[in-house]
Design a binder for this molecule. Structure first.
Ligand SMILES: [Zn+2]
Length: 137
């Protein structure tokens, strides 16, 4: 996934994964038309699923991505994940809303590796029985 940022570097991404056993980031620094740079981030993690890039490496779980993203937002609250026009997360506040503040304190020990997302009657919101929430706009 791509981050548009004015102050994060590849070293920040690696640092953001350092507390997560089994999680490794591959980072490619690329251009960004809206920000100082873009970073293409691939995470290897502890999901039971494989990455969809034929690398044979395990994917990161949704929670592992969330912990890494939150760590990076602590350094750059204005980073944009995805495309600037149609961002997955437009900034830290948007991320906190769309993830129901799950990553304020979540550690890898508390993660649920396989969320089972279900609609519970609220438009543009899904919940897992573990309490995780995801929202979109
Ligand atoms: Zn869950």
């Amino acid at each position: 996934m791509k981050i548009h940022t004015n102050n994060l570097t590849a070293a920040d991404v690696w640092a953001a994964t350092s507390g997560l056993p089994g999680v490794f980031a591959e980072v490619k620094t690329v251009g960004s038309r809206s920000h100082a740079r873009g970073l293409e981030v691939t995470l290897e993690g502890t999901s039971s699923r494989l990455q969809n890039n034929n690398s044979g490496d395990r994917a990161a779980t949704w929670d592992e991505w969330g912990i890494v993203m939150k760590n990076l937002f602590r350094t750059d609250p204005d980073a944009v994940w995805g495309s600037v026009k149609s961002p997955a997360y437009a900034n830290e506040e948007d991320f906190d809303y769309k993830t129901g503040d799950r990553f304020e304190e979540l550690t890898h020990l508390d993660q649920h590796k396989n969320h089972n997302w279900k609609f519970v009657g609220i438009p543009r919101e899904q919940e897992c029985q573990c309490g995780a929430v995801r929202r979109w706009i």
